[in-house]
Design a protein around this ligand. Structure first.
Ligand SMILES: Cc1ncc(COP(=O)(O)O)c(C=O)c1O
Length: 377
């Protein structure tokens, strides 16, 4: 099994801690441990035994995760090291060489890379950007036409990274019906659930069809990526198989992380964390909107959910080159559209410090102005 470079993660791994301004992240400004526990139970936390924890997640944690999904039981849940491991385990468990897999694009691209490494045949179901209308089109008819009896899985991310587009209940039901026609699995990465801006709560895929896998984590809407706690939700026997695969990857999660994750999923604490997330989104998106309304350089499609958006630009410079120049000349990290197969675009995150966003956008503008003047002089 040979992996191609996961371009976006490599780019972030190399540079996110080396620049002055990092607008490459897609999540919410992470909480400190102090903010998370608010002084409650520090003593008992110190008593946590740093043992191998229950390898598929403690019963208590799985119970709290199951409670988030109507009809789910602990047996439907496996806890993993982030959504990254959840996606990996689901793919390793369900996909083999030559299986046909359809992936919604643009996409985070982890699953795309894993499917390719497994020797699967990957097909792209593309969301279409519409700058004029300021939205993305689902093109579910295209998905319907692509699916064949050989299709083993349809993989999507909802809310979608990097577009911020959200499929509603009707669209998810349609995906389920399309998959059901050929008995394909539907894997939905729901990591950006809870980061809705202009749409209501994102409906889950769970419960819409029997061959559904949902993946998620505490990394984005909860602002806790450093806990590395994610999960797989699926039919009991499939989840048991994923757990078997887990024995080969990381065995278990950190015991302290399992403990803290249980705490954050208590209703009152979860509500507090989610209110904070909504406050950050509501505070920061207007900064982006105001900036792009003043510049000719950047055209946005505003996200329905997520702390990130795709910005289109017209200057004749490749997006990877633009991102590299922003990094070197302006000490700013953004994600080039190339990483999503969308040259002429960049993705910026707006979940962190409000003043970083305004400053970062100004640096992008400045560089695009320099590119234009260099082209005309
Ligand atoms: C769609 C998507 N899935 C998974 C991940 C990885 O998540 P985690 O940090 O929970 O492993 C990311 C991170 O950006 C993501 O955007």
């Amino acid at each position: 099994m040979k992996f191609d470079t996961f371009k976006m993660e490599r780019w972030q791994s190399m540079w996110e801690n080396e620049v002055e301004l990092n607008l490459s992240d897609s999540g919410i400004s992470p909480l400190t441990l102090n903010e998370l526990i608010e002084g409650e139970g520090v003593e008992s936390l110190l008593e946590t035994r740093l043992a191998y924890t229950q390898t598929n997640g403690t019963h208590e944690l799985r119970e709290r995760i199951a409670a988030l999904y109507p009809g789910a039981r602990v047996e439907n849940v496996e806890v993993t090291n982030g959504t990254a491991e959840a996606n990996l385990l689901a793919a390793l468990t369900l996909i083999q060489a030559d299986d046909e897999v359809i992936v919604q694009l643009p996409n985070y691209m982890q699953l795309w890379g894993v499917f390719q490494a497994l020797g699967a045949r990957t097909g792209a179901w593309n969301l279409a950007p519409d700058l004029g209308a300021g939205r993305w089109h689902d093109r579910l008819d295209e998905l319907d036409e692509m699916v064949t009896p050989r299709t083993r899985m349809i993989a999507l991310c909802n809310p979608n990274n990097p577009s911020g587009h959200v499929l509603g209940a009707d669209e998810l039901d349609r995906v389920a019906a399309i998959a059901d026609r050929v008995g394909a699995w539907v894997l939905v990465d729901e990591i950006y659930q809870g980061m809705e801006i202009s749409s209501g709560p994102t409906p889950t895929m769970w419960g819409r069809y029997d061959k559904v896998i949902v993946t998620n984590s505490l990394s984005k809407s909860y602002g806790l990526p450093g806990l590395r706690i994610g999960w797989i939700l699926g039919p009991e026997s499939t989840v048991a198989e994923c757990w078997r695969t887990h024995d080969y990857t990381t065995i278990a999660m950190g015991a302290l992380s399992d403990r803290l994750a249980c705490g954050v999923l208590e209703t009152a604490r979860r509500d507090r964390v989610m209110v904070r997330t909504q406050e950050i989104l509501k505070r920061n998106l207007p900064v982006v909107v105001q900036h792009v309304s003043k510049t000719e350089n950047l055209k946005p499609i505003l996200p329905k959910a997520g702390a990130f958006l795709m910005l289109s630009y017209e200057e004749r410079i490749n997006s990877s080159e633009l991102a590299e120049r922003l990094r070197i000349e302006k000490s700013l990290l953004v994600v080039p559209g190339d990483h999503f197969g969308m040259d002429g675009w960049i993705r910026i995150g707006f979940g962190d410090e409000t003043n970083h966003i305004e400053e970062g956008l100004s640096r992008i503008d400045a560089l695009l102005n320099e590119v234009r003047h260099a082209g005309t002089s």
